[in-house]
Structure formats: structure tokens, C-alpha cells
Design a protein around this ligand. Structure first.
Ligand code: ATP
Length: 354
């Protein structure tokens, strides 16, 4: 038995693994076990005894509005009146529209994706939204509501204060974020993806730009399923020579060849996401065009091991890029591998940064 305890140390959250003895005691290190959690906490309040810091005050829980707070008695409960949503600040823009920080009913902070007219068929989208709204997991961005009755379509989701993981990594570039946090990011994404895997749902566009960062080192997967409903001319993807955001560099070779996406093609993309995490948001295969990458992958070329990347982390990336989709790990396995990444090295999950 084990569970995780987050500890805030100078703005950085570290996660400690509290384990339970078969006979019931709790411990971080086997040399000191406590019969109750309250004894455990009082001990580490008096002395840090190996923790990064002595325990102080318990963290306040941030109140997150429950998704159903946003339901509304209209055409269907997910369709809300667009006048109830105020767009406050533009957070960014993507291929298909813009993302705004907004306020719903003057009270609830939300993110609003506004879609360029014509970027999708509203009926296709609504069908997909029906499924998306039923997917609920702490590591997935929750869909709250939609406005589809007129253009632009609004997709209203939970707001993540620190924006996309790609920019978050690029802005840090190694100053505060180190291997422990990088493995934690990967583990959190794998946990969200393992849930999608269990629901037989395919993301189709997993990449650091589609992972969002919240307060206290929380990472969530966004935009799952949307790629399926966007009207994308495949020719554009294959023949584009732009370096920026070329999805082909995240897409498994069999998905490019036959347009067959599966949870195993998501696993391939997860390997590329691991590359982005470890390189602080570098463009994969930089300097190569999509067409060159497709050709190289066919000759068994793979992204090389980045200089700061431990062999253990790189091995996980390579497993995701197995040419045979069936041989790639499941997200469930990836999740546990990443959770246990430091297991053999240290009893404390966070004290080993190598
Ligand atoms: P593409 O549309 O090509 O996949 P993208 O994923 O970067 O690119 P969007 O999903 O439109 O584009 O997002 C644009 C930017 O808006 C993101 O990079 C992120 O910084 C911000 N953003 C998106 N969703 C949220 C959210 N729920 N909370 C906070 N910021 C968000």
C-alpha cells in the first residue's frame, strides 16, 4: 500500500511516497515507521529527518467548480448561452482558433476555445463532445460546456493557469525544472492517457502543446479527440514543409501510412512528448522536414539520445517507438514505470535528481 504526499518547498512541489507496512504502520524510510498518520506528521513537523523541509502548514485545497455547475437548462445541458461567458484575456492561438481566459456567469473562471468558422462540422463536433464530456479524470482537461448554435463555436473547459507544457518547458529551460519534475510530468500525462486507454478512446494529437500546466505542478492532457473532428486535408500534413508544429513529427509511421490511429499511435506520440520534456521543449528532428522524417523512420532511424537524457529515460522513449505497434507498451505500464522511476535508486522519490 502506498500513497503520495505533496510537500511545498520554496514554490516547488515535491511528492513523497508514504508506504504502509503489512501490519499497518506508515513510513517513508523503513528505518522509521509510525503507527498512525498523525504521529507520522508530528514527527516530520518537528524535524525534516531527510525530507526537503520540515512540514509546516497543510496546503489549502483550491476549490475547483464541479463541471455540473456549468450545466444550464437549454437545448442540451452542455449547450450554454454564449452571453453568459465573458471573454477577458486572449491566452493564445492555435491552428483552429483562439483560446481566451473567461468568466462564466460573472463567477467561474474558465478557458474558452473559439473555433474559426468552418474548422469543423458542428454535428461532428457535437457527437464527439458527447463522448468527451463523459471522460473524467484528474489528469484530463474537463470539458465544461459548449456554444454551438452560432459561429464561432465555443468550447469551454477548465482553466490552467500556466498554459501549455511546451511553453512552460521552454521558458524554464532547465533553471528550475530537473529530472524529478520531468519524470513526474511524464507520469501524470501517462496516468491521464492510461485512463483514455481504459475507455478505448484515442487522443490523436498528443504533444507538449496539448498538455496544460496548472498550479502546484499539476499537468493535464488537453484536446483529446478534437483532431478527429477538425477538417484537415491530409495532403497538407504530409506535404507541408513548415517546421513549426508539424504533427507528422508526433505521428506514428503506420498512422501516417494508412491513417490508422490507435492507442498505440498515441504511445508513439507519447515517446515524442518525452523527448520534448527532457529537451525543455525542443522541436523533434529539428532541421528536418516532415517528408525527410518519414523516410528516415522507415529506415529505422530514431531521435538520438539527448545529451542530458538518462539511459533509463531514453529506453522508455525507444520502447514507444517500436516499429511494431503491438510491441509498444501500454499507457498503464508507462504510468507505473514512470511512477517507479526512482524506486531502485532511493526510498525517497524526490531526493535523487540524477
Ligand atoms: P494547435 O491548435 O495547432 O494544436 P495549440 O494546441 O497550441 O495548437 P490551442 O489548443 O488553440 O493551440 O491553444 C493555444 C494556447 O492557449 C496554448 O498553447 C495555451 O498556452 C493556451 N491554452 C489552451 N487551453 C488552455 C486552458 N484550458 N487553460 C489555459 N491556457 C490554455
Amino acid at each position: 500500500n502506498l500513497f503520495w504526499a505533496p510537500v511545498l518547498d520554496e514554490g516547488v512541489v515535491k511528492h513523497y511516497r508514504i508506504r504502509q507496512l503489512d501490519e499497518g504502520g506508515f513510513f517513508l524510510s523503513r528505518r522509521r515507521a509510525f503507527s498512525t498518520l498523525s504521529e507520522f506528521v508530528s514527527h516530520y513537523t518537528r524535524t525534516s529527518d531527510g525530507l526537503c523541509v520540515k512540514l509546516g502548514k497543510p496546503c489549502l485545497k483550491v476549490q475547483v467548480p464541479a463541471p455540473f455547475d456549468l450545466s444550464y437548462k437549454t437545448v442540451d445541458q452542455w449547450e450554454i448561452d454564449r452571453n453568459s461567458v465573458q471573454l477577458l484575456k486572449r491566452l493564445g492561438s492555435g491552428q483552429f482558433g483562439e483560446v481566451w481566459e473567461g468568466l462564466w456567469n460573472n463567477t467561474t473562471p474558465v478557458a474558452v476555445k473559439t473555433l474559426k468558422p468552418g474548422s469543423m462540422d458542428p454535428n461532428d463536433f457535437l457527437r464527439e463532445a458527447q463522448i468527451m464530456k463523459s471522460l473524467r479524470h484528474p489528469k484530463l482537461i474537463q470539458l465544461y460546456a459548449v456554444c454551438t448554435l452560432e459561429d464561432p463555436i465555443y468550447i469551454i473547459t477548465e482553466l490552467m493557469r500556466h498554459g501549455s507544457l511546451q511553453e512552460y518547458l521552454q521558458n524554464d529551460a532547465g533553471s528550475k525544472i530537473h529530472l524529478t519534475q520531468q519524470v513526474d510530468m511524464a507520469a501524470q500525462v501517462a496516468s491521464g492517457m492510461a485512463y483514455l486507454e481504459s475507455q478505448n478512446y484515442i487522443h490523436r494529437d498528443l504533444a507538449a502543446r496539448n498538455v496544460l500546466v496548472g498550479e502546484h505542478n499539476i499537468y493535464k492532457v488537453a484536446d483529446f479527440g478534437l483532431a478527429r473532428v477538425f477538417k484537415v486535408d491530409n495532403e497538407d500534413i504530409y506535404e507541408s514543409t513548415h517546421e513549426i508544429r508539424l504533427p507528422v513529427k508526433w505521428t506514428a509511421p503506420e498512422a501516417i501510412r494508412t491513417n490508422k490511429f490507435s492507442i498505440k499511435s498515441d504511445v508513439w506520440s507519447f515517446g515524442i512528448l518525452l523527448y520534448e520534456i527532457i529537451t525543455y521543449g525542443e522541436m523533434p528532428y529539428s532541421g528536418k522536414t516532415g517528408a525527410e522524417v518519414i523516410q528516415l523512420l522507415g529506415q529505422n532511424y530514431r531521435l538520438p539520445q539527448p545529451s542530458n537524457c538518462p539511459q533509463k529515460f531514453y529506453s522508455i522513449m525507444l520502447e514507444c517507438w517500436n516499429a511494431e505497434p503491438k510491441e509498444r507498451p501500454t499507457f498503464e505500464t508507462l504510468h507505473w514505470k514512470l511512477e517507479d522511476y526512482f524506486e531502485a535508486d532511493s526510498l525517497y522519490s524526490d531526493t535523487n535528481n540524477s
